[in-house]
Design a binder for this molecule. Structure first.
Ligand SMILES: Cc1ncc(COP(=O)(O)O)c(C=O)c1O
Length: 389
């Protein structure tokens, strides 16, 4: 951890007295794990994203696992995913005994490229699903992706970990695809520390996920201990997982959800400042914009041809200037497990590898002061100026 008190963290949660009070109430209630608070959070979240039902889970990763399992992914199947996303999107595919098929990203954004996806699906009929990630909150080209998936007969499981707050009209099930999952990890726009939500269009898939979320029980613990006809008896109808979100964390989520619009507005205001400051600078390249962008990340790209230093040195100099930075994403196909498993070279997905080599994610979080935003801008421009070739 950087000890400098002026250090601007890369990410910081916005927790107020409302969250503190809600947690205290649960602590004093006598019921800590999944119960009526988690249920209320699910209902409020479902209403927010336009779903009939949303299931609270202990991470987005668990949500993806449940969704792919409910859609019947297993041994013998492949699932297409961008390499330019978080590691767990690929790992979960292996948890189910299936294989990953990595797809490159578009030239004009950080998301899975529809044209390349179509080629990938055409060449491999064992691919049964695709996971498009809205990287940094920039919406994927969903219309094209959905058309391709329908034509090729594959399911779409939307990674909305960065794509929140996303609002769809009622009836969309909270996803444009067959299923979608959200993350409330500590750095996300709304957080429960760890947590997530999963939605699906098909009611049978929702039911399956609900059963698999908690040990494959035929009834929830809350129901067993609290209903009038409470009974110790329960049946195990499937070999389920342990993916439920406790009330203690759901209490934080409910308060965060109330602030989602406010948080989004603050993130957009910071993004606007950055975009204005870096626009037209020959050494820098702004990330793409979109009216529905949630600005979970602000991933700036450097232009190495106009600089005497590379991305690593640029990032180190920002850190040294007291600015917390990160890189999104180290392409999954370059990680040793995947590179070895499928004999992949870094440049086999040239867009993903090329963008990774030039990207730096800057601090963007609600609660950043104007002065902090100014300091980030000044530091980026200073480093760029000092390293101009
Ligand atoms: C794009 C993306 N997908 C999935 C995940 C997994 O989220 P979780 O940590 O809630 O499992 C993350 C987490 O950072 C992510 O950034």
């Amino acid at each position: 951890m950087n000890q400098n008190s002026d250090f601007i963290a890369f990410a910081r949660p916005s927790i107020g007295i409302e969250e503190e009070a809600a947690v205290l109430q649960v602590l004093r209630s006598g019921w800590l794990t999944t119960g009526k608070v988690a249920r209320a959070f699910e209902e409020e979240f479902a209403a927010y994203v336009g779903a009939r039902r949303a299931l609270a889970v202990n991470s987005a990763t668990s949500g993806l696992h449940l969704a792919l399992e409910a859609l019947g992914i297993g041994p013998g199947a492949k699932v297409a995913t961008s390499s330019y996303t978080f590691a767990s999107d690929a790992a979960v595919i292996r948890h189910l005994g299936a294989e990953a098929a990595f797809c490159d990203i578009s030239k004009d954004d950080y998301n899975i490229d529809p044209e390349r996806l179509d080629e990938l699906l055409a060449g491999d009929p064992t691919i049964r699903a695709v996971i498009p990630t809205h990287v940094g909150g920039m919406p994927c080209k969903m219309r094209e992706i959905l058309e391709i998936a329908r034509r090729r007969g594959v399911a779409v499981v939307e990674d909305c970990a960065h794509g929140f707050p996303l609002k769809l009209p009622e009836g969309f099930a909270g996803t444009l695809g067959d299923a979608g999952f959200y993350s409330f990890y500590a750095t996300k726009t709304i957080t429960t520390g760890e947590g997530g939500m999963v939605v699906a269009r098909d009611a049978r898939a929702v039911k399956r996920m609900e059963t698999m979320r908690l040990h494959g029980f035929d009834r929830a613990a809350w129901d067993r201990y609290t209903s009038k006809d409470a009974s110790w008896r329960y049946d195990v109808v499937e070999a389920g997982f342990k993916y439920n979100l406790p009330d203690l964390l759901a209490a934080v989520g409910r308060e965060q959800l109330k602030k989602a619009e406010l948080f989004l507005g603050q993130r957009r205001a910071i993004a606007r400042r950055y975009l204005e400051a870096f626009e037209g600078d020959p050494r820098l390249e702004n990330p793409p914009s979109h009216p529905a962008h949630t600005w979970h990340l602000f991933s700036l790209r450097i232009r190495p041809e106009a600089l005497a230093i590379g991305r690593d040195e640029f990032a180190d100099r920002l850190q040294a200037a007291g600015i917390g930075v990160s890189v999104h994403f180290i392409p999954i196909h370059t990680m040793s497990y995947w590179a070895k498993r499928y004999s992949l070279k870094p440049d086999c997905l040239p867009e993903a590898y090329g963008k990774f080599s030039r990207s730096i994610s800057l601090p963007i979080w609600q609660g950043m002061t104007e002065r902090q935003v100014d300091r980030v801008i000044e530091a980026v421009l200073d480093v760029a100026q000092g390293a101009a070739s």
